[in-house]
Design a binder for this molecule. Structure first.
Ligand SMILES: Nc1ncnc2c1ncn2[C@@H]1O[C@H](COP(=O)(O)OP(=O)(O)OP(=O)(O)O)[C@@H](O)[C@H]1O
Ligand SMILES: N[C@@H](CCO)C(=O)O
Length: 325
């Protein structure tokens, strides 16, 4: 076969090419790791369908999946579209991308709903580039996507959703992060009480100042927590993820079933139980999948007895992050 002379530019015709991408949900804070720690989870997430267009920029064709939700279907305020646009801008793409977003995660849940969309949008736009970038190059884009929803550039949902697994991120500079290796699988019981808490509101009620004693306590709790995660010492993980003295005690007041659910999870033998993100979802760590089912049943029951309707899931760590389906 004859070689193409190098002076002739080959125009790749990928117009209309289509990809479907999964943006996973994530647990964040994990007790003392406010804005600093997040874990990607299996089975819950958003799906983005994307195709290349001739017109530059991002068009959000539709956002569906959660009837009655208030997710904006606008390219300037939907996190999937904002993150996708940031990727195109980053490489100076001359083409555009159209997106259809299928929401699987309700917003205001604590499960990183806006982050799942942002990551799926960015990954889809990336796959459609002539030369896709490595995951590490998408950090700015996903942070930009998340910021339009929450009003702050926090990375504890978007980075685990992008990379998978457990991620530690600087709360003051979220472009600074570290993936924390986990030595084995982890079974998780997760409940989503039917109470909507917007992250924005749950951030506004937090104290502007804290005592030195509490700050020091939380700093050491986070250090012990990370060390226990690395060691796969789930019992110690459970202990320290329940040790936050600054954020979770304040937010617990927004979740009417918080105390009964925590007690029920621990009575059922969970290693620990905490809010994820700004709540109201709560998670508990269990020995294995069967144990997680027992813990889940106890948590659900406690929630219902508090008069709050609830959905429940057994999940595990997703080590892969955003991916093409
Ligand atoms: N693609 C998106 N998915 C979800 N929410 C979005 C999206 N784009 C914009 N938003 C807006 O972001 C806000 C999301 O609310 P909020 O931050 O409380 O939930 P969240 O992102 O699911 O956070 P978490 O689950 O971590 O609590 C809502 O106002 C919603 O309209
Ligand atoms: N770290 C963020 C996550 C939002 O779900 C918070 O707790 O406000």
């Amino acid at each position: 076969m004859e070689a193409v002379p190098s002076s002739i530019s080959v125009v790749s015709d990928r117009q209309g090419e289509r990809v479907v991408v999964w943006g996973p949900g994530s647990l964040s804070n994990l007790g003392p790791g406010f804005d600093a720690l997040g874990l990607c989870i299996q089975g819950l997430g958003d799906r983005v369908e994307a195709w290349r267009t001739e017109t530059p920029g991002v068009t959000l064709v539709e956002a569906n999946g959660l009837p009655g939700s208030s997710i904006p279907c606008d390219s300037t305020t939907n996190t999937a579209a904002v993150a996708a646009a940031a990727v195109l801008r980053q490489v100076g793409a001359r083409h555009g991308v159209a997106l259809r977003l299928h929401k699987g995660l309700p917003s205001g849940s604590g499960l990183g709903s806006s982050a799942a969309s942002a990551v799926a949008g960015a990954w889809a736009a990336n796959l459609l580039l002539d030369e896709p970038l490595p995951r590490e190059a998408l950090v700015e884009a996903v942070l930009e996507g998340e910021a339009v929803a929450s009003g702050s550039r926090h990375g504890d949902n978007v980075l685990p959703a992008l990379f998978g697994g457990l991620v530690l991120v600087s709360a003051s500079d979220p472009t600074c992060y570290r993936r924390i290796p986990l030595p084995g699988p982890l079974s998780i019981a997760l409940i989503l009480p039917r109470v909507e808490i917007l992250t924005r509101t749950a951030r506004e009620i937090l104290p502007r100042q804290v005592t030195l004693q509490d700050a020091v306590h939380n700093a050491s709790a986070l250090a012990f927590l990370i060390d226990a995660f690395r060691a796969g010492d789930w019992e110690t993980v459970g202990r320290w993820m329940m040790a936050d003295r600054i954020v979770e005690p304040v937010r617990a007041r927004l979740v009417p079933c918080y105390e009964p659910v925590r007690r029920a999870a621990l009575s059922a033998g969970a290693f620990g139980c905490a809010l994820t993100g700004s709540g109201p979802a709560m998670f508990a760590l269990a020995r294995d999948e069967m144990h997680a089912r027992q813990v889940l049943s106890a948590m659900r029951e406690a929630c219902l007895q508090s008069g709050v309707d609830v959905e429940g899931y057994v999940t595990a760590v997703d080590f892969e992050g955003a991916r093409q389906l």
